[in-house]
Design a protein around this ligand. Structure first.
Ligand code: HEC
Length: 164
């Protein structure tokens, strides 16, 4: 009987230890992913367009506004586009859906979709972890304006490409 209790006791201790190790490992992993995602959103340029005022403030927009999209228009032969709120977008996506979207996306300019298409899975997972970590903040960006319509300022005007 005594041996039985010792065995059960040891088993419980081992289970507790294993749980602690797993929890610590998972937490460390997601924490690293969030930090890596934050780093990527800065150096891969996502903040430059998807964060309000980021370029003109030289990156000083407070982090609570990061990736909430921007009402600054990009006008050219394609019409006027606005960088959407990625935090609202990503809240509704599973990690795998985000990866599939990023690998296949093609948008109007000036979104560098061709760069997003070649981002590695681990980097996309880190970006996903970071954007989810930020939570669903901010407003929805203005809707796309077709080329024959006048957008509300402010916007940047791109010249038409020279005729071929
Ligand atoms: C030069 C500006 C610019 C940069 C840099 C940029 N984006 Fe964008 N992004 C845009 C614009 C503008 C759109 C909207 C394009 C359209 O309306 O067709 C867009 C669209 C998107 C969309 C589509 C959203 C949807 O609702 O379908 C995703 C996803 C996206 N960007 C992610 C990123 C990520 C991730 C990065 C960084 C790796 C990034 N973008 C960098 C300007 C930019």
């Amino acid at each position: 009987m005594r041996i039985y209790f010792v065995r059960v006791g040891m088993l419980l201790m081992l289970t507790a230890l294993a749980t602690t190790i797993t929890t610590t490992f998972v937490q460390a992993d997601s924490h690293d992913n969030v930090n890596e995602g934050k780093y990527l959103s800065r150096i891969a340029g996502c903040n430059d367009c998807h964060t309000p005022g980021y370029l003109l403030s030289e990156g000083k927009t407070p982090e609570e506004l990061w990736l909430t999209g921007d009402a600054f228009g990009w006008r050219g032969p394609w019409g006027t586009t606005y960088a959407p709120n990625l935090r609202k977008l990503v809240q509704n996506l599973e990690e795998q859906q985000w990866i599939a979207l990023a690998k296949n996306i093609k948008t109007r300019p000036p979104m560098p979709w061709f760069n997003l298409n070649i981002m590695k899975d681990d980097d996309l997972k880190a970006l996903y972890a970071y954007i989810r970590h930020l939570g669903p903040g901010g407003e929805t960006a203005p809707a796309y304006v077709p080329p024959d319509q006048e957008p509300k300022p402010p916007y940047a005007q791109f010249p038409s490409p020279p005729p071929q």
